[in-house]
Design a protein around this ligand. Structure first.
Ligand SMILES: [Zn+2]
Length: 245
């Protein structure tokens, strides 16, 4: 066979396409996170037994959908065509150790089931057009469950309504334990706004100027008021990136 001009052009086209595919693939930069949890770990464990280990989430079901495909441990597709990226967490990519275990775990709770979503109010979608959300199953935060089970790592990308460090187990650095001071501070603020110039969100771990729209959107039962910025910081709250308190 002789190498003609046509052959060379065809080879060049293949080469160019090949480089294109590689560069698209490498644009998606996972963190290389892996874990060695066996993929069969949860296979014979009833869902209810796993769910019972976790507290009900303070997140709200803003909408629901039926999961028709689990891509991996942090991405699912809904019947509506909507793609959902679990906010605040990252699970192993395909081909990386731990990928199947994380995926199996999510399949167990989501596949062909109706799930709830609490969409990230600070950022609705990622750059791939996927909805950023907490996935809620039977009143539990599945993003948090993935973290606590060691199936995911924290991937905190502000701006975000959610502060995943508050979901992680004890082994992960977290400002202070979260839920304990919700009530201790709300009593001071029962006389409403003038008793605290800052609004904290015990769910997201963020605090805001009392005038910030994100602060004002905080659900009543998640609200914590602070008289000073220092107090909020000392309680482990992070300043909102929007209002910069
Ligand atoms: Zn704010």
């Amino acid at each position: 066979m002789t190498i003609t001009k046509k052959h060379i052009i065809a080879l060049l086209i293949i080469l160019i396409i090949g480089i294109g595919v590689i560069s698209v693939a490498s644009a998606y930069s996972g963190t290389g996170f892996t874990h060695d949890i066996p993929f069969s770990k949860y296979r014979d464990v009833p869902n209810s037994k796993i769910l019972n280990k976790f507290n009900d989430t303070g997140c709200h079901v803003e909408k629901t959908g039926v999961c028709v495909e689990v891509v991996d441990g942090d991405t699912i597709y809904l019947k509506s065509g909507e793609k959902v990226r679990f906010v605040g967490v990252n699970t192993p990519e395909r081909g990386v150790e731990g990928y199947i275990a994380s995926k199996n775990f999510v399949q167990k709770f989501c596949l062909n089931k109706k799930i709830g979503l609490d969409v990230d109010d600070a950022k609705h979608q990622d750059r791939y057009g996927r909805t950023l959300a907490v996935v809620i199953v039977d009143g539990k935060n599945l993003n948090e469950m993935l973290l606590k089970e060691g199936l995911a790592e924290i991937m905190y990308m502000p701006p975000s309504e959610f502060y995943p460090y508050n979901w992680a187990g004890d082994s992960t650095p977290t400002p202070t334990s979260q839920n304990t001071y919700v009530n201790t501070h709300t009593d001071k603020s029962s006389s409403s706004s003038d008793s605290g110039s800052y609004i904290g969100n015990s769910n997201s771990g963020k605090f805001h100027e009392s005038t910030c729209k994100w602060g004002q959107k905080t659900a009543e039962h998640n609200r914590v008021y602070f008289k000073s910025r220092d107090l909020a910081i000392s309680q482990g709250y992070q300043p909102c990136k929007v209002c910069n308190p």
